[in-house]
Ligand binder design. Structure first.
Ligand SMILES: [Zn+2]
Length: 306
């Protein structure tokens, strides 16, 4: 292994993904040639020995391939340590040349910064949330207002924390959901109290046939919720609409809304369903539930033919 004369290539500008804003930023770094390797093995060993570098990204140039490494004392997602290294696979020879960035390691301060969102930024995020901004919108607003922008992962974690504070834990097991459906099936005398009109829960080992399966990998559930008043309205309707809304999502599942429009084009909902999917089987369940619900509540045949 021969050590070439120390030289620096000051004009080298590398582009890298700024993981915070998902935009490409140009950061000027000064690279110094450190070592020339004759084999990839030697080169890999040298990198391994330092126990400091992880593969980051590749930049193919006419002169050769540049493989960048990042300091692995900080997480991949989030701001990176200033120190860096790249291997230049010279297209003109078999040499692999190692370049190192002349910047000092900054991972200690970066990690401190990455690990939590500072309090004043947290306050700002809470304010922005009140404006119903989505995560991306929050990031942009923070950036525009010259706040320190957290990484997307940090922001999502923080938003989850806020949601938990507000609404309690957000995940529910299928077993608990089934139990809830069972307990919420009772019809009440009050015409505006919602209840579960019908529900289906199927665990993967319970799929009867191909139709049930319908391309599902996991468990299936379908729940239809309505009230006496809504079901009564539906009993006189002859037209219904059903559609999935993605504006309203529960635990990642779309809400299917079923209802009718009157002569004035006003929409009257009959109820809502939450299903693991929005396939033929789910709509079938929805319409059948509606028919059953009407018959149960009104003690008469629904006008709806299904
Ligand atoms: Zn570092």
């Amino acid at each position: 292994m021969d050590l070439p004369q120390y030289f620096s290539d000051t004009e080298c500008v590398d582009e890298e993904m700024n993981t915070n804003l998902k935009t490409k930023i140009r950061r000027k770094r000064k690279w110094n040639m450190v070592t020339v390797f004759k084999t990839k093995y030697e080169c890999d060993e040298a990198i391994k020995q330092e126990n400091l570098w992880s593969f980051h990204y590749v930049n193919n140039t006419i002169e050769g391939r540049k493989v960048y490494y990042r300091c692995n004392k900080v997480k991949l997602r989030g701001n990176q340590c200033d120190a860096g290294l790249y291997l230049f696979y010279d297209a003109a020879s078999d040499d692999i040349i190692m370049f190192k960035c002349d910047a000092e390691h900054t991972h200690n301060s970066v990690e401190l910064h990455n690990s939590r969102i500072s309090l004043h930024v947290q306050q700002e995020i809470r304010k922005l949330l009140d404006f119903k901004l989505k995560p991306k919108g929050i990031m942009e607003a923070l950036y525009d207002n010259k706040f320190e922008v957290p990484s997307m992962v940090q922001l999502r974690n923080f938003l989850t924390k806020i949601k938990k504070e507000k609404y309690g834990s957000e995940t529910i097991t299928l077993g608990k959901l089934e139990q809830w459906c069972f307990e919420s099936c009772q019809t009440t005398l009050d015409i505006d109290t919602p209840f579960v009109v019908s529900y289906e829960v199927m665990y993967p080992d319970e799929f009867n046939d191909e139709e049930d399966f319908d391309g599902h990998a996991g468990s299936i559930f379908r729940i239809f919720i309505s009230t006496r008043r809504l079901l009564t309205t539906s009993s006189t309707s002859t037209k219904i609409h059903a559609d999935a809304t993605y504006k309203l999502v529960w635990q990642g599942f779309p809400i299917l809304i079923v209802g009718t429009t009157d002569a004035d084009r006003h929409f009257h909902p009959f109820g809502l369903a939450i299903c693991t999917n929005e396939e033929k089987q789910d709509f079938k369940f929805l319409f059948q539930s509606l028919v059953n619900g009407v018959e149960k509540i009104c003690q008469k045949k629904s006008c709806l033919k299904y």
